[in-house]
Design a protein around this ligand. Structure first.
Ligand SMILES: Cc1cc2nc3c(=O)[nH]c(=O)nc-3n(C[C@H](O)[C@H](O)[C@H](O)COP(=O)(O)OP(=O)(O)OC[C@H]3O[C@@H](n4cnc5c(N)ncnc54)[C@H](O)[C@@H]3O)c2cc1C
Length: 499
């Protein structure tokens, strides 16, 4: 029997493990996760801290017991992989019970990313937080409760933290105006904190276009966030715990500070094993997410991927890519090679009452690429399509007019590359047991046309997305609901004019 070992038990790791086991039930699938949580939606953490989500458990899509009992995956939580030996095909994992060695035929590194703590004086004093893990989320939610002189929130039936707040007394500092900083500004403001947001450069959401960032900045001010642009934080003052945030021009007294200063791929394990990093500093892979070592794959926030516009390696650490690439690796390992597609730089963020989104290249990225001499070497779209056709096993018949072959070529390409041929519309009904945790991820899959909560607690959503992705959609829905959701195709490709 062949063994597939996965390091890291969240989006990329558990998607790969589930897909591999589903496609090849005879495969031995072993997952090592150093923490206690698996398959959690870190994206929901700001809303847990805000008080909209009541328990950390609501962020979990599939529990460790369900993975073990229903999916027959050998999931070992509390096991940190400390060494990979690609020559002997063995990993070493450490737990409270000591060290164990596990051999593999295929290995996936899905170790994710960690929050960056910049070298700011006082960054290690009490009251300075990061938000990268479930534990961080719990600490921040406890801070919210504690700072209002309440004991930590009782779970699961306590109300939103803001329910028991009467006055706005505390000031807090948020360092960094990226999506985590902005979502946390909203979460803290909703809990009646006076929020001071410090941004080093001249725009918040610096990976978004200038116009979008300006609109978001304006809205933050409308929501009474004190916004300091071009303000690099130089120090956190305080002896036992934080007392103030200091920049060159300001000293703002605060009772806590959150560092939302970006993430860095967790690559140490891979580097020690001689696995190559790419130009972005994340693990380099080919289109199948395979690294420079045979049968060793990397997916999710620890890896880079090719940008679909520039063809260059890009680092876009977001959940949908982690799920998609994880699933592709699972499928490949189970015997049907799948590429999973590149990244298009798509991201969306909610800032109080408005939502902002981006995709493709935005102004300063276009400018950067325009002067990047490497662009000339980027694979041209026709070459990429040719490669994909080859991948799909489709040969153009030189004796046959091309127009007669287009439909067959498109059919062959559909499963191989997520090209937007046309669109499908699918309704999904998520049973009450899963609705709380699953709908957030499902609604991100495409354009949400309609949604409705049913009296029985289930959620119905109607989504529109590019045709060719429906299998990925079904996989995601099945995975998040242990196969208990219902889906219905409302419009398929044949009903819709080609775009
Ligand atoms: C606060 C917050 C909000 C976010 N919001 C969004 C959002 O709105 N939209 C979006 O798309 N994305 C969002 N993200 C990003 C999203 O959560 C990640 O892209 C996604 O979780 C990446 O999945 P992953 O499996 O690659 O890595 P991770 O989720 O980081 O999981 C990696 C796992 O590997 C484990 N691990 C690491 N090293 C080892 C080891 N040596 N041995 C064993 N286990 C190990 C870790 O404990 C961890 O559980 C957010 C992230 C955060 C923190």
């Amino acid at each position: 029997m062949s063994t597939f070992v996965v390091v890291g038990g969240d989006a990329a790791g558990m998607s790969a493990a589930s897909k591999a086991k589903r496609d090849d039930p005879d495969l031995d699938v072993v997952v090592f996760e150093k923490g206690e949580w698996v398959s959690y939606g870190a994206c929901g953490l700001p809303y847990y801290i805000k008080g909209e989500i009541q328990t950390l458990e609501e962020l979990v899509s599939v529990t460790p017991e369900q993975f073990r009992e229903k999916r027959d995956i050998d999931l070992r939580t509390g096991h940190e992989v400390v060494d990979i030996d690609p020559d002997d095909r063995v990993v070493t994992a450490r737990s409270d019970d000591g060290e164990l060695r596990q051999s593999y035929d295929h290995l996936l590194i899905a170790t994710g990313a960690k929050a960056i703590v910049p070298p700011i004086d006082g960054a290690d004093i009490e009251g300075v937080y990061t938000l990268g893990s479930m534990t961080d989320g719990k600490e921040l939610r406890d801070f919210v409760a504690r700072s209002r002189e309440e004991s930590p929130l009782e779970q699961p039936d306590s109300g939103p933290a803001c329910h028991f707040l009467e006055s706005c007394e505390g000031a807090v500092g948020v360092v960094g105006g990226g999506y985590i900083g902005i979502e946390m500004a909203e979460a803290l403001a909703a809990n009646d904190f006076e929020v001071h947001l410090f941004q080093r450069g001249s725009q918040v959401l610096k990976t978004f276009s200038g116009a979008t960032s300006e609109r978001v900045a304006e809205h933050l001010r409308e929501q009474d966030v004190a916004l300091y642009l071009d303000s690099e934080v130089e120090a956190f003052d305080g002896t036992d715990s934080i007392e103030a945030v200091r920049t060159a021009d300001e000293r703002v007294e605060v009772e806590m500070a959150l560092l939302g200063t970006g993430v860095r791929p967790r690559t140490e394990l891979a580097e020690d094993a001689g696995i190559k990093l790419g130009p972005t500093g994340a693990i380099a892979t080919d289109e199948y997410r395979e690294t420079n070592r045979a049968d060793v794959y990397a997916a999710g926030d620890c890896a880079e991927a090719e940008h679909v516009v520039t063809g260059e390696p890009a680092y876009v650490p977001l959940a949908l890519t982690a799920n998609r690439h994880g699933r592709a690796v699972g499928q490949t390992v189970a015997g049907t090679p799948a590429m999973g597609g590149g990244v298009a730089g798509t991201a969306a963020v909610k800032a109080f009452e408005i939502e902002a989104a981006r995709t493709g290249l935005i102004d300063h990225e276009i400018a950067r690429n325009a002067v990047n001499p490497q662009m000339d070497d980027a694979p041209h779209p026709p070459e990429r399509i040719e490669r994909a056709l080859e991948e799909a096993g489709f040969r153009i018949d030189p004796m046959e007019p091309v127009e007669n072959q287009i439909d067959d070529a498109l059919d062959a390409l559909r499963p191989v590359i997520p090209i937007r041929f046309d669109e499908v519309v699918i309704a999904a009904q998520i049973p009450a047991d899963y609705a709380g945790s699953a709908q957030a991820q499902i609604r991100q899959f495409g354009d949400l046309e309609r949604e409705e909560w049913q009296p029985d607690g289930s959620w119905v959503g109607v989504l529109r997305f590019p045709a060719g992705l429906q299998n990925d959609f079904y996989d995601l829905v099945n995975e998040l609901t242990s196969g208990e959701a219902e889906t219905r195709m409302i419009k398929d490709e044949d009903d819709i004019e080609t775009r």
